[in-house]
Design a protein around this ligand. Structure first.
Ligand code: PLP
Length: 384
């Protein structure tokens, strides 16, 4: 059996999405900026996709800017908002952000900005009084993710954005893992900028969105033509934009029902693994997290070894550690949460999608415990 449980890394393109895209590779190849009807037809479809994406997050279509990926959206939001913010040089973020945010703010720190990286507790949550205390006179931007890619932990974005707004500070949220999985309504979420990536919600890789609230000062990242109302130059990636529009439509139609089903599958898998494997623990807040994600540490074993053995059984998951310069370093998220060394190394993320089925959970719950047992027999950390 092949079981794909790495949907926070990327998702399968929905067949309906592929179907919607195909005409834009074949017959509808016009440039949406052209004056003729070949281009005009395509322009209409871009605007229809923009309206769908806007609906997914309760935004106005004019607030949707298509980009090439979540990383571009994060970079544009952070650098574009700071450049437009009349010299304010302080940034607030968290220690558990995706590298698309962390690398950008750390790059800026080396170029004269000052940076506050908020810590998280053992469950991956931010202390709200610490957050409030981090604001300064010269704070120009807050960038806090909506949901964490490794643990699924959800931050109280509504409350955090409200605090930033009260202080007149632009608030960006990386909602790459939240969009399509959680209900987002920008009409009552006071965030100014929000990033989305198509390939996390069954659209292809290489298409993203930056939501820019009307009136938010923003310097474009890409300069060139007048596409996207001058906010992102470059001829539009028409088939992918159309695909993302269709993916948004599918997410809107299915989210409530799918989330209930996916969560119950996730809970079943999680319960079985925690019960069957001794010295296993859940990483991240048990309630405040995405319905599709579970991150479990299996103490005294290496995540990479678990992944390789799961792979042999046809199971695709992901590990919370990354091999850096020859040494196995636990991920920055596990370190920020203070997960003990012996557990951080053996953390595995299982992330589900609408395409997972119950027998797959049973299969993983059957295959994984003996793998852990075997690896522990070989582990130098376990007393025998
Ligand atoms: N932000 C988060 C939270 C992510 O999980 C990812 C992808 O893993 C990204 C940003 C980057 O998105 P993309 O792969 O579209 O550049």
């Amino acid at each position: 059996m092949n079981v794909y449980l790495d949907n926070n890394a990327t998702t399968r393109v929905a067949p309906e999405v592929l179907e919607a895209m195909l005409p834009y590779f074949k017959d509808e190849y016009g440039n949406p900026s052209s004056m003729h009807s070949v281009g005009g037809r395509v322009k209409k479809e871009i605007e229809a996709a923009r309206a769908k994406v806007a609906e997914l997050i309760g935004a106005d279509p004019q607030e949707i800017v298509f980009t090439s990926c979540g990383t571009e959206s994060d970079n544009t939001a952070i650098r574009g908002a700071l450049e437009a913010s009349s010299g304010k040089k302080h940034i607030i973020t968290s220690r558990v952000e995706h590298p698309a945010v962390l690398s950008t703010v750390r790059y800026l720190e080396k170029r004269g900005y000052s940076l506050t990286e908020l810590p998280v507790d053992r469950q991956g949550m931010i202390d709200m009084s610490e957050y409030e205390a981090a604001f300064r006179e010269d704070t120009g931007l807050v960038s806090i993710m909506w949901a964490n890619n490794e643990t699924g932990v959800i931050f109280p974005i509504h409350e955090m954005a409200e605090i930033a707004r009260g202080k007149g500070v632009v608030f960006h949220t990386d909602a790459v893992q939240a969009a399509g999985k959680l209900k987002i309504d920008m009409k009552d979420t006071p965030a100014d900028l929000l990033s989305i990536s198509g390939h996390k919600l069954h659209a292809p890789k290489g298409i993203g969105v930056l939501y820019v609230r009307r009136g938010t000062p923003m310097t474009p990242f890409m300069l060139g033509g007048h596409q996207e109302s001058g906010r992102r130059a470059g001829t539009e990636n028409v088939p992918y934009i159309v695909g993302l529009g269709r993916a948004a439509e599918l997410a809107i139609a299915g989210m409530a029902e799918e989330n209930t089903r996916i969560k119950s599958l996730r809970d079943k898998l999680e319960k079985a693994l925690l019960e069957k494997c001794p010295d296993a623990m859940l990483n991240g807040h048990p309630e405040h997290r995405l319905p599709n994600t579970t991150n479990i540490s299996f103490e005294f074993v290496e995540g990479e070894a678990i992944l390789l053995m799961l792979n042999r059984e046809g199971i695709a998951a992901s590990s919370g550690s990354a091999c850096t310069s020859g040494s196995l370093e636990p991920s920055h998220v596990m370190r920020a949460m203070g997960v003990p060394f012996t557990a951080a190394h053996g953390s595995i993320r299982f992330s589900l999608s609408r395409y997972n089925e119950e027998p797959e959970m049973d299969y993983v719950a059957e295959k994984l415990p003996p793998i852990i047992k075997r690896l522990r027999e070989l582990s130098p950390f376990v007393k025998k």
